[in-house]
Structures are given as structure tokens and as C-alpha cells.
Design a protein around this ligand. Sequence first.
Ligand code: 5GP
Length: 210
Amino acid sequence: MNQKGILVVVSGFSGAGKGTLMKKLITDYPNYALSISMTTRQPRAGEVDGRDYFFVTDEEFENRIANDGMIEYAGYCGHYYGTPKDFVEKNLEEGKDVILEIEIQGAHKVRAQYPDAVLLFVMPPSAKELHNRLTGRATETEEVIRQRMLRAVEESEGIDTYDYIVVNDKLEDCIAQINTIVNAARHTPSKNIEFISEIRKELKEFLGSR
Ligand code: 5GP
């Protein structure tokens, strides 16, 4: 059976640990491909262009939109973020499970275009732990941390449109849960339409030949 890959949308409050989770997930399992987003925000210390994001100007970003080169894009805390289309399409076609680590507005746009996508929300174990993680990062000012926590309150209103929630308490457990969810998605009827019609055809042929 030659299946296309699963499109996996992973969202979660800033500081929930999605980045660390996704990096480990793709290292532990060979079936995943992580999409690299484009953004107009400045790189943080240690971030590398082309690995963490494609860091671009507003003009470059807007050109990409105009040329239909984005699956989705959204504004987040004053900057653009978007998913380049070519990487996603190519990898899904090759049977890879493609991960988009994006915020909630983008997730809704992906769902509209790819109804089979699996939408997964990563939660921190508590608000206090979220604040600790954001502070521990030491790359953002207290004002930016506050903005991100306010945004988390807003985002918490939209979580019921996701398919699954995972709590990122222990990294290893959370990764195992995500992998289980993605593997389960391979077994939905909508992901197996061709296989189902193949079996139906075989059944009819078999019956016809007896
Ligand atoms: P950060 O600035 O912390 O790297 O990312 C801020 C938020 O933007 C996170 O919630 C992240 O998931 C989201 N984000 C990153 N890339 C994309 C993207 O391509 N599209 C959308 N809609 N959101 C993104």
C-alpha cells in the first residue's frame, strides 16, 4: 500500500516546549519531516537561518504570498509567520509525515485545505511551569513574556477545534504519545480510500469468477 504521508499540525502556547519536542521526534523516528517556516521576526541568539526559520523581510514575505507560495500565514505578536508550500507537498507525496509547528490561526487554515490533517495541541503542565520556561529561555523581555502569556489565554479559547491534546511534562512520554496519535491516523478510512476500493474490486472479481 502506497500511502501519502500524514500532515501533522502541532500548536501550543509559546514556551510549551514544541520546538524541543519536534526536534527530538524527528531524530527518534525516520518517518517525519519538519517544515521550516518563514518569519519576519529577528533571529534569537543561537537560531540559524534555514534551520530554525527562513528569516526574511516583509517584502520577501509578501512576495511569497503573492506568488501563492504559502499554505498559510498569520500575524503573531507583530510579525508574519508562514508555511512554504513546496516542501510540504513534496514530502507528503513521498509518504513522509510532515509536521507544521504553527499557531492556531494557521492551524485552522490548514484544516480547511487539508481535511485529513491531524491537529495536535501541546499543553504545559501548569501556568507556573509555562512562565518558568519562558523566563528560563532568557531571550525575551518581561513585556514580551507577558504578551505571549496573554496570547496563550486567547489561544486557550480555540483548543476545542484540535483533535488531540498532549501535556508536555516528561519529554519522552509526550513524544511517544504524539507518535502513537500519528500512527493511529494512518488507519482512518479516509486515509485508506484507495485500499478500500481495491479490496472491493478484488471481492467482486473473486465472486464473479466463481
Ligand atoms: P516563535 O517566535 O516563538 O518562534 O513562534 C511564535 C509562534 O508562531 C509559535 O506559536 C509558532 O508555533 C508560530 N509559528 C511558527 N511558524 C509558523 C508558521 O509558519 N505559520 C503560523 N501560522 N505560525 C507559525
